[in-house]
Design a protein around this ligand. Structure first.
Ligand code: DC
Length: 230
C-alpha cells in the first residue's frame, strides 16, 4: 500500500494551478482543496455586509465566525460548490468586485491566522491536493511534493479574461491585465505569507506547456514519490 500524501501547489492567479490540482486529485482519488476560495468567501461576505475590507478587526471576526463548506460540484461546469453559512455562493465569489478586493483581505494577518488553521487541519488528514499561495511555505511546509506553477502575467490575464466572458461579465482585456498586475503585487509584496516558491518547490512554467503536459509531468513526480512504506 502507498503512503498518504500531501501535494502543495502554489502560484499566482490564473497560472493553471486549479485545473492541474483538480485533474491530479481526480486521478489519484485525493481530495482537491482550493484554499483561495476561503479568502474569496470572507471578501464576499465583507462586501455584502458593507464591511470595509481594510478593517482588519472586522475581517478577522468574519474569518473566525463565517462557516465555509467546500462540497462536490452540483453542476458539471463547476469544480466544487462553495457554501457560505449554508448558502451556495460558488459563482458570486468569482465576480470582479471580489477579485478587486480579495488581496486586501488576504493580506490581513488575523484573517490568515484563522483560515490557515482550518486549512492545516484539512491538509493534515492526508491524500489531498492543496492549492494556494503559501501552502508549501506556511500552511503545509512538510508537504510531500511542493509545486509552484507559474505563467506570464499576460497569459494569465488572457485566461482570466476568457473565463469572465464565458460567465457573461462585460470586461476589457486591458482592465483584467491591470488588475492581475495589481493582485500579483499585493500577493507577493505583503508582509504575512507572501506569494513565493518554497525553497524546495519544483517550479513549472505553464506558459510553455499544455494543461496535459503539465499534468503528465506532475503525475510522474508523484509516482517517483510514492514509495512503499518499510
Ligand atoms: O487563487 P485565487 O485567485 O482564488 O486566490 C484569491 C486570493 O486569495 C488571492 O489574492 C490570493 C489569496 N490567497 C492567499 O493569499 N493564500 C492562499 N493560500 C490562497 C489564496
Amino acid at each position: 500500500m502507498s503512503k498518504t500524501m500531501t501535494i502543495a501547489i502554489d502560484g499566482p492567479a490564473a497560472s493553471g494551478k486549479s485545473t492541474l490540482a483538480k485533474n491530479l486529485a481526480e486521478d489519484l482519488g485525493y481530495l482537491y482543496f482550493d484554499t483561495g476560495v476561503m479568502y474569496r468567501a470572507i471578501t464576499l461576505v465583507a462586501l455584502e455586509r458593507g464591511i470595509d475590507v481594510e478593517d482588519e478587526e472586522a475581517c478577522t471576526a468574519l474569518a473566525e465566525s463565517v462557516r465555509i463548506d467546500i462540497e462536490p460540484p452540483s453542476e458539471e461546469r463547476r469544480l466544487y460548490d462553495v457554501l457560505i453559512d449554508g448558502d451556495d455562493k460558488t459563482w458570486e465569489i468569482r465576480e470582479s468586485d471580489v477579485d478587486a478586493n480579495v488581496s486586501v483581505v488576504a493580506a490581513c494577518p488575523g484573517v490568515r491566522h484563522a483560515l490557515t488553521r482550518q486549512q492545516r487541519r484539512i491538509g493534515l488528514s492526508g491524500d489531498v491536493v492543496m492549492v494556494g499561495r503559501d501552502i508549501g511555505t506556511v500552511v503545509m511546509p512538510d508537504a510531500d511534493i511542493k509545486l509552484y506553477l507559474d505563467a506570464s502575467v499576460e497569459e494569465r490575464a488572457r485566461r482570466r479574461f476568457i473565463d469572465m466572458l464565458a460567465q457573461g461579465e462585460e470586461v476589457e482585456l486591458e482592465d483584467v491585465l491591470a488588475s492581475m498586475r495589481m493582485r500579483d503585487q499585493l500577493d507577493s509584496g505583503r508582509d504575512v505569507a507572501p506569494l513565493k516558491p518554497a525553497d524546495d518547490a519544483i517550479v513549472l512554467d505553464s506558459d510553455k506547456k499544455s494543461e496535459e503536459e503539465v499534468l503528465e509531468e506532475v503525475k510522474r513526480l508523484v509516482e517517483e514519490n510514492q514509495v512503499e512504506p518499510s
